[in-house]
Design a protein around this ligand. Structure first.
Ligand SMILES: NC(=O)c1ccc[n+]([C@@H]2O[C@H](COP(=O)([O-])OP(=O)(O)OC[C@H]3O[C@@H](n4cnc5c(N)ncnc54)[C@H](O)[C@@H]3O)[C@@H](O)[C@H]2O)c1
Ligand SMILES: O=P(O)(O)OC[C@H](O)CO
Length: 336
């Protein structure tokens, strides 16, 4: 089914940027902003100044703070709110969701408490089959895409035809989506890389260079792939855009909120100071390190970097002690 009208719920960095991507690809887009003043400002100035200053939004993108207006007649509903708020937000929107609309997750995280992936939360709250839920994940730093820098991504859905419909709705001269049916692998790649980026940021904050980064990225990918194997993901997904691609972009970029957050901790700032510097924008790994750690434990999977990041963020371990603990682990074979 051709997607002609898209609702994007969440007007932060990625929600606004993805709304622009879709609008630049052809469909009509209605962007829902939680705050009325942001919706009005977008309507009046065509700019979301708080999140994407200086970026002019296309004419086929309109904004509202009324979810019913955003969702009316939508062929696809894109959910662009922080992971830990998705359940509450979607519960409030449930009755307004058009019956056969594709429900698309942009959020990269694992829910605290339930240990569910975002597509699982969506299926549960909206009461839909897994074939109706898609995930967009890849090396997608919003600020680069908003200025039209080229990138690729993955649209994952167990229903390949639905993924292809969505692919058509967000393909343009600077955004190239690939399809994949491995929803589990794509979601785990997106959630876990935020935690590994925190670790890379910590190392950068301590003054360490590229060998350290490459070692954390590579071993971070190894532990992500171990979790994926335990949860039934396709191992090849982790070598793709939603795995290695996103991991490298996030761990290397000063634009990443997760990496920047970790860097502040590595320079000796407290969690509260790093949180304040984020200006309300979400660094998903700070919470997901705990849920991913629990998920790993429930499946008997060893994730030492994730464990260490959790201890730094929530158990008072110093960044220096984390480095020493990781280097002091039992020697092992690379494939273990
Ligand atoms: N920014 C990126 O480059 C990027 C890229 C890919 C994926 N993502 C993922 O997309 C998701 C959204 O990220 P973002 O960059 O748009 O985040 P953001 O912090 O920039 O914006 C979050 C948006 O959600 C809204 N929101 C609704 N309910 C909320 C609540 N209860 N608490 C806080 N905010 C609430 C906020 O008003 C805001 O508009 C995250 O899971 C993130 O990991 C982000
Ligand atoms: O800014 P971050 O750390 O939330 O990362 C943004 C995107 O997920 C990169 O693909």
């Amino acid at each position: 089914m051709a997607i002609e009208r898209v609702a994007v719920l969440g007007a932060g960095s990625w929600g606004t940027t993805f709304a622009k991507v879709v609008a630049d690809s052809g469909p009509e887009v209605v962007l829902w902003a939680r705050r009325q003043e942001i919706a009005s400002a977008i309507t009046e100035t065509r700019v979301n100044d708080g999140y994407l200053p200086g970026i002019e939004l296309p004419a086929n993108l309109t904004a509202t703070s009324d979810p019913a207006k955003a969702l009316d007649g939508a062929d696809a509903v894109v959910l662009a709110v922080p992971s830990q708020t998705l359940r509450a937000n979607l519960s409030a929107w449930r009755e307004l969701l058009p019956a056969d609309a594709t429900l698309v997750s942009l959020s990269k995280g694992v829910e605290l408490g339930t240990l569910k992936r975002m597509s699982e939360v969506i299926r549960e709250v909206a009461g839909v089959d897994e074939s109706q839920v898609a995930v967009v994940s890849g090396p997608n730093l919003a600020k680069e895409i908003a200025v039209g820098q080229p990138t690729a991504t993955v649209i994952a859905c167990t229903d390949h035809d639905r993924a292809v419909d969505l692919q058509h709705a967000c393909s343009n001269s600077y955004f190239r989506p690939y399809t994949n049916t491995d929803v589990v692998g794509c979601e785990l790649g997106g959630a876990c890389k935020n935690v590994i980026a925190l670790a890379c940021g910590m190392a950068a904050g301590m003054g360490y260079g590229d060998n350290t980064m490459a070692s954390i990225i590579t071993r971070g990918l190894a532990e992500t792939a171990r979790l994926g194997a335990a949860l039934g993901a396709d191992p090849l997904t982790f070598a793709g855009l939603a795995g290695l691609g996103d991991l490298v972009a996030t761990c290397a970029s000063p634009l990443s909120r997760n990496r920047s957050f970790g860097e502040r901790l590595g320079r000796g700032e407290t969690l509260a100071q790093a949180q304040e510097a984020a200006h309300g924008q979400v660094a998903e790994g700070v919470k997901s390190c705990s849920s991913i750690r629990e998920l790993a434990a429930a499946h008997g999977v060893d994730m030492p970097i994730t464990e260490g990041v959790h201890q730094v963020c929530h158990d008072g371990l110093s960044v220096r002690a984390l480095g020493a603990a990781l280097l002091g682990r039992d020697r092992k074979h690379e494939r273990q």
